[in-house]
Structure formats: structure tokens, C-alpha cells
Design a protein around this ligand. Structure first.
Ligand code: GLV
Length: 326
């Protein structure tokens, strides 16, 4: 039998078929494996195909054993993996990188439009038979998206895909990034701003930064206060970039107009004051969830494993820690 692979969830697309030459241990339930299950199932594996909800730290790598060669994450975020520890142990860490940029940008716009144009509230009114009068001049008046100003926090691949869509909507595009993105400035007309400048001028502030020490809790009370009262906060990146408690308070006080969230500090979202608020649209972390994208992510995650187990380097676009030496 071939190499041993632990796959922590059933995946849409061709991944399992691609791995059919390996001895695959598949976690079959819909819910994530528990810590105990992960620690049991990684023992003796050559590869782990994990999700963003699986914490792969030093203990997991140690328990797996020295034959572990690759941790392939079915995600673009990799903050759930201790990359430094993997590098020390000579384990390659791969991710699905840019594959999901367009899908996530699509969903970002779904949230922008849903928030601004009362899409969810409108659906509820119709279903609940509260639509009594037919067309009305002032029914569910929302905010214009076309011609409005969007502030993109983090202009990497996903942020740039959002910017391209914003250009199509005739929006003024502001961005804040660690580094200036001259290509986007030239091609899309994005204008660089300090974070405070961006917050003060944008009608839609949308978060596309990775989660790291600098971005954790970036959108706290002070920063939310800097946004326009009429502005919306959109987050399809990571929940912990926003202080959820401060956001709920800001929404309650009318400090900002609303929020569209696909990600949360703790997922799934348990009890939260956000659940009772009308000026928020809440989604269950589905940024990359279109069939084509998820299938392609599965293919890439499996291919990375097959390459490494065959003694080859994975495509450099998907390798998180190129500093690992053979
Ligand atoms: C989704 O959030 C991902 O990191 O793939």
C-alpha cells in the first residue's frame, strides 16, 4: 500500500480520487475532528490534508512522527498551522493560495449589496407576507453602491479582485496596505490612504488582510469610531481582525450604519448580540464556497501532497515555507 494520508473532512471535487493510490484515513463526519481524534489519526502519517478549523501545532507534528512530510491545507489562511515548527522539522506546508480570490471577492460584493440595498430584509418582508402595498416610493430605501467610496484594507489578491469589481460599479477605490500596490494604483485607479484616512472617507470598509499580530483586533472601538456614521463594515477575511464586542456596541449606538460578516472570532457563531440586530448580514464562512472554486482547491490540496510524497517540490505558488530544505 502507498503512503499514509490523513484527510480531516470529506471534500467536494477530485481530491479523494486523486489520493486513491495512498492509504487514506478519512474523517467522515461533517463536524470537525476533535483534538483527540486528530492526535490519534495523525500517528504514522506521511501527509495531512487539513482544514482551517484544524489546529496543527507542535504536539500534532510530534505525535505524527518524523515521517510526516507535508501539511496541505484546504484554505488560503494558514494561521491554524505552526509554520515555524513545521519548517524546523522539514515538513512542507502548502495552502490553496490565490485559487479562492475571485470567489471571495464575489461574496464580498454579495455582502456589500445585501447590506446597502436591504436584500435580506426585503426577502423577509415578502416571505412573511408583510409586503402589503405593492411598489412604494420609499420602501426599503438603501444606500447607493455605484459611485460610493470603498476602502479596502489589505490589497493583496482578494483585495485586488474586490477592487476590480468596485471599478465596474463606478466606485471610488481607496486602499490601505503594508506596502503601496503601484500596479493596482495604475491599473484600477486605487488610491493609497493611511488607515485613519481610509476609515474617515469610505462608505464601505472591507477587510482583506491576513490575520497576524498587526491585524488582530485591528477594527476596535477606536477605529470603528473613525468610520462614517453612514458606512458599512464588511469582513470576509478573519473574524479576529474585528473586535466583535466593540462592533456590536458600535452598531447598537448607530456609530456605523451596518455590517456584513462572513467570519467571526469564534466559529460557529454562538450567542451574540449581532444575531438580534437588523443592520447586519451574517453568513457562515462561505467566502470560497462556489462549486468550481472548492473543487479546484481540493485538486490543488491533493496535488501538493502527491508531489511531495513523490519526492518533488510542490508548485511554489502553494508552498508556504520555501525555506524548508530537502
Ligand atoms: C477561508 O477562509 C480560507 O482561508 O480558505
Amino acid at each position: 500500500m502507498g503512503k499514509k494520508v490523513y484527510v480531516t473532512r470529506r471534500l467536494p471535487g477530485p481530491a479523494l480520487e486523486m489520493l486513491s493510490g495512498c492509504k487514506v484515513t478519512l474523517h467522515k463526519r461533517q463536524t470537525p475532528p476533535t483534538r483527540k481524534e486528530i492526535l490519534k489519526n495523525v500517528v504514522g502519517k506521511d501527509a495531512i490534508l487539513c482544514m482551517l478549523s484544524d489546529k496543527i501545532d507542535r504536539e500534532v507534528m510530534k505525535v505524527a512522527g518524523p515521517q510526516l512530510k507535508i501539511i496541505s491545507s484546504y484554505s488560503t489562511g494558514f494561521e491554524h498551522i505552526d509554520v515555524a515548527e513545521a519548517t524546523k522539522r522539514g515538513i512542507r506546508v502548502t495552502y490553496t493560495a490565490d485559487i479562492l480570490a475571485e470567489a471571495t471577492a464575489d461574496l464580498t460584493f454579495a455582502l456589500i449589496l445585501a447590506c446597502a440595498r436591504n436584500v435580506v430584509a426585503g426577502d423577509r418582508i415578502v416571505r412573511q407576507k408583510k409586503w402589503k402595498v405593492g411598489w412604494m416610493p420609499d420602501l426599503l430605501l438603501g444606500q447607493n453602491v455605484h459611485g460610493a467610496t470603498i476602502g479596502i484594507v489589505g490589497l493583496g489578491r482578494i483585495g485586488s479582485a474586490v477592487a476590480r469589481r468596485a471599478k465596474g460599479f463606478g466606485m471610488e477605490i481607496l486602499y490601505h496596505n503594508r506596502r503601496r500596490n503601484e500596479k493596482a494604483e495604475a491599473e484600477i485607479g486605487a488610491q493609497y490612504r493611511s488607515l485613519d484616512g481610509l476609515l474617515a472617507q469610505s462608505d464601505f470598509v472591507t477587510i482583506h488582510t491576513t490575520l497576524n499580530d498587526a491585524s488582530r483586533q485591528l477594527m476596535d472601538k477606536e477605529r470603528l469610531q473613525k468610520m462614517k456614521k453612514t458606512a458599512f463594515l464588511i469582513n470576509t477575511a478573519r473574524g479576529s481582525v474585528v473586535n466583535e464586542r466593540d462592533l456590536a456596541a458600535a452598531l447598537k449606538k448607530g456609530m456605523i450604519a451596518g455590517a456584513g460578516l462572513d467570519v467571526f472570532e469564534k466559529e460557529p457563531l454562538g450567542y451574540s448580540p449581532l444575531l438580534r440586530m437588523k443592520n447586519v448580514v451574517l453568513l457562515p464562512h462561505i467566502g470560497s464556497a462556489d462549486r468550481v472554486t472548492r473543487s479546484r482547491m481540493a485538486e490543488v490540496a491533493a496535488k501538493n501532497i502527491l508531489d511531495v510524497l513523490a519526492g518533488k517540490e510542490p508548485d511554489s505558488a502553494f508552498l508556504v515555507n520555501p525555506q524548508v530544505q530537502r
